[in-house]
Design a protein around this ligand. Structure first.
Ligand SMILES: NC(=O)c1ccc[n+]([C@@H]2O[C@H](COP(=O)([O-])OP(=O)(O)OC[C@H]3O[C@@H](n4cnc5c(N)ncnc54)[C@H](OP(=O)(O)O)[C@@H]3O)[C@@H](O)[C@H]2O)c1
Length: 328
């Protein structure tokens, strides 16, 4: 097997494509032949030693992937060789093969292509948990999605539309806004043209008839958080999803008081660990939505697995719409 090995977590340039011994699965593990692996934000942080989880060295990055079970370890009952699965295990995906924890493998129904499956769990689980569980989104409500053309943002648009909500998608270019409209967003805001000092608030106000969005989905943080929160409707829910722009914003708490609004934290990874049954039910619901065509990952492009460094560079350029996927 071959894999991208991180022996020294000082950045992407230190990763090396190496031949490694093909491992045998231990108890509770399966060996997968990887068909596709997607890039997620933590994949960049983890090779720079900036992610909260610090795997022992050396490790193979690649948090999310899909492939075919080749061998199963002791105690694995629900998977067998030949079965196709998707897995989000934190590491191991950027290679030709990996050992995956069987408990984290989601069997794939027929007709679920590997490229979609490798780009599915993280973004849809996060956005469904955020909108449907944490925010209790209802049909007819309005959702403002920031960073709407990114991975979790595109998933949020699709899930909110499937729930019968009105979606205002905000992104940094006309190109990205056009993608959001093609996914069903009812209105878009290019926030590069409407800066944080008033412009964004005015535009949100205009698009919501002065009422403001019932739910704000924020995976970006930074300068737009406060104007977005200031615009929120009475009883609004502000979903703290991530800080892709870097700075972690602070919000004046009097705004929560004045709007009867909630600031709601979203941490899908811990939800999955702490509430595994609720998470499993959610994943089943999402697989059903995929089968009905209500959700489908937006794939910006696929690249050969050997082009990981190029994929990281594209990801760093902030130009990706949806997801980047590496294939074997
Ligand atoms: N809480 C959770 O459970 C959870 C789960 C998954 C992910 N996350 C977090 O959610 C965030 C987004 O994840 P993602 O997978 O959607 O990432 P992504 O595909 O890279 O999208 C992030 C979006 O953020 C915007 N952005 C603004 N400033 C940026 C900058 N300086 N660099 C890069 N992007 C910037 C970009 O949109 P514009 O160019 O349109 O502004 C981009 O499309 C990350 O912080 C991730 O860690 C949280």
């Amino acid at each position: 097997m071959h894999a991208w090995l991180c022996e020294n977590p000082i950045g992407v340039d230190a990763l090396q494509w190496k031949e490694l011994p093909t491992p045998e699965p231990g108890a509770g593990q399966v060996r997968l032949r990887i068909e596709a692996a997607s890039l997620n934000f933590p994949d960049l942080l983890i090779v720079q030693n900036k992610y909260q989880m610090k795997p022992p060295l050396p490790f193979v990055p690649g948090s999310e992937y899909a492939g075919v079970v080749e061998a199963v370890g002791d105690g694995v009952k629900h998977l067998k060789p030949g079965q196709r699965v998707a897995c989000l295990s934190g590491t191991g995906g950027f290679g030709t093969h990996t050992l995956a924890p069987a408990a984290l493998c989601m069997p794939l129904p027929d007709g679920f292509p590997a490229v979609d499956a490798a780009a599915f769990i993280m973004i849809y689980a996060t956005s469904y948990h955020a909108l449907m569980d944490r925010a209790q989104l209802k049909a007819g409500e309005t959702v403002l999605v920031l960073g709407a053309a990114g991975g979790v943002g595109t998933a949020a648009i699709q899930i909110a539309k499937a729930a019968g909500a009105r979606v205002i998608a905000a992104a940094s270019s006309d190109d990205k806004c056009a993608l959001c409209a093609s996914l069903g967003a009812d209105a878009t805001i290019n926030y590069t043209q409407h800066g944080p000092l008033g412009g964004l608030r005015d535009e949100i106000k205009r698009l919501t008839g002065g009422k403001g969005p019932d739910v704000v989905y924020d995976p970006v943080g930074g300068d737009f958080a406060e104007p977005a929160f200031r615009s929120i409707a009475w009883r609004g829910r502000y979903l703290v999803v991530g800080f892709a722009s870097g700075p972690i914003p602070s919000l004046p708490l009097n705004l929560a008081l004045l709007k009867g609004a909630s600031i709601v934290g979203v941490f899908w990874g811990d939800f999955a660990k702490r509430e595994p049954q609720a998470n499993a039910a959610m994943m089943q619901a999402l697989a059903g939505m995929y089968a009905k065509g209500q959700v489908k990952p937006v794939i910006d492009q696929t690249l050969p697995m050997a082009d990981l460094r190029k994929a990281y560079a594209i990801m760093g350029s902030r130009s990706v719409k949806g997801k980047l996927v590496l294939v074997n």
